[in-house]
Every structure is written in structure tokens, then in C-alpha cells.
Design a protein around this ligand. Structure first.
Ligand SMILES: [Cu+2]
Length: 189
């Protein structure tokens, strides 16, 4: 009789344990489900480094496009109010080292890179700015780069980065020279 009671208690305990284990199994089953959003969050976090990498790639593209280019341009010989070359070319984003040589006998000249179609407006603004500013208005948004005003026989070297691909102009902004002394600056992609 005592053995039967022990056996009954044993069976009841076994049932409780198996129920507890079953309940225990249920919660681990729930946890992986709770963990998978976390895993999704981790993979989303891994997309962030991927999103950041285009920035360095863009920098690399800018620096590879940023080849160093040497350009030389002079004014026409004698006192002709012209440049010796009427066109220059460089690729977009290039670092240009440009030397402008004033080959004139007496004339003063400069070399000013401007937005296309603005050479005369830039020259007019330059007249107001005066010779102390090399006949270039320091606030002129149409001016991309410029040398100083050079005396006859003098030269000046400047360094600038080419703007986006497209057509630009260069001009001498000494009063009156802009009418004949200008050219085209092509920026290639
Ligand atoms: Cu000039």
C-alpha cells in the first residue's frame, strides 16, 4: 500500500516535471523569435557602414579626377589686346597650375576665369573694384579664379580646381580689354 502511494507521488512529480519542461521549452521557442528582430537590427546596422562607404568612394573619385594639370597662356605679343590662345581645356575636378605671361610691350593684363557669358559683366564689376583689386571684384560670384594684374613682361602663377564639366570663359578685365581679350575654357567630364 505504501509502495503504491510512493509510485503515485512519483507519477505526479513526473507529470509536473514534464509539464515544467514543456513550459521551459516554450519560452526558449519564444526567445529566438524575440532575437530575430535583434538580428534584423544588426543587419540594418551593417547596412550603415555600406551607406558610409559611398562617401570615401566619392572622395576617391574626386581625387582621381583631380589630376594635376599645368596650363600656360600668354597675352599676344606686342600690345595686341588678345590672348595668344583663345581656348584652354582641363578635366573636371583637376588641380590646375596656370601660368599667365604678359608678353606685351607696355600693356597691363590679367587672366580671369568666369562663368560662361559673364566676361563683360565681370569686367564692368572689375572697373568698380579698381586696380588695387587687379580690376576684379572680390565679391564677384561669376569669378572662378584669377591672376593678379601683371605689368608688361611679368607673369603670375595660380592654382585652382576646375569646376563641373562645361564651357567657361576667360578674360582680361583691364578696362576695355574684355571686348577683344578673352577665350573659352572647356572643362571636360
Ligand atoms: Cu588686358
Amino acid at each position: 500500500m505504501k509502495k503504491t502511494w510512493v509510485l503515485t507521488v512519483g507519477l505526479v512529480l513526473a507529470a509536473i516535471v514534464s509539464f515544467a519542461c514543456g513550459g521551459g521549452d516554450a519560452s526558449p521557442t519564444t526567445r529566438p523569435t524575440a532575437t530575430s528582430p535583434a538580428a534584423t537590427a544588426t543587419s540594418t546596422a551593417m547596412e550603415d557602414p555600406t551607406a558610409t562607404s559611398p562617401a570615401p568612394t566619392a572622395t576617391t573619385a574626386a581625387s582621381s579626377g583631380g589630376a594635376s594639370v599645368t596650363l600656360k597662356i600668354g597675352s599676344a605679343s606686342s600690345d595686341d589686346l588678345k590672348f595668344a590662345n583663345e581656348s584652354l581645356t582641363a578635366s573636371a575636378g583637376a588641380e590646375v597650375v596656370l601660368t599667365f605671361s604678359n608678353n606685351a610691350a607696355t600693356q597691363q593684363h590679367n587672366w580671369v576665369l568666369v562663368q560662361n557669358g559673364t566676361k563683360d559683366a565681370v569686367a564692368t564689376a572689375g572697373v568698380s573694384a579698381g586696380p588695387a583689386s587687379s580690376w576684379v571684384s572680390p565679391d564677384d560670384a561669376n569669378v572662378i579664379a584669377h591672376t593678379k594684374l601683371t605689368a608688361a613682361g611679368e607673369s603670375d602663377q595660380i592654382t585652382f580646381t576646375t569646376p563641373a564639366a562645361g564651357t567657361y570663359q576667360f578674360v582680361c578685365t583691364f578696362p576695355g580689354h574684355n571686348l577683344t581679350m578673352f577665350g573659352t575654357f572647356e572643362v571636360t567630364p
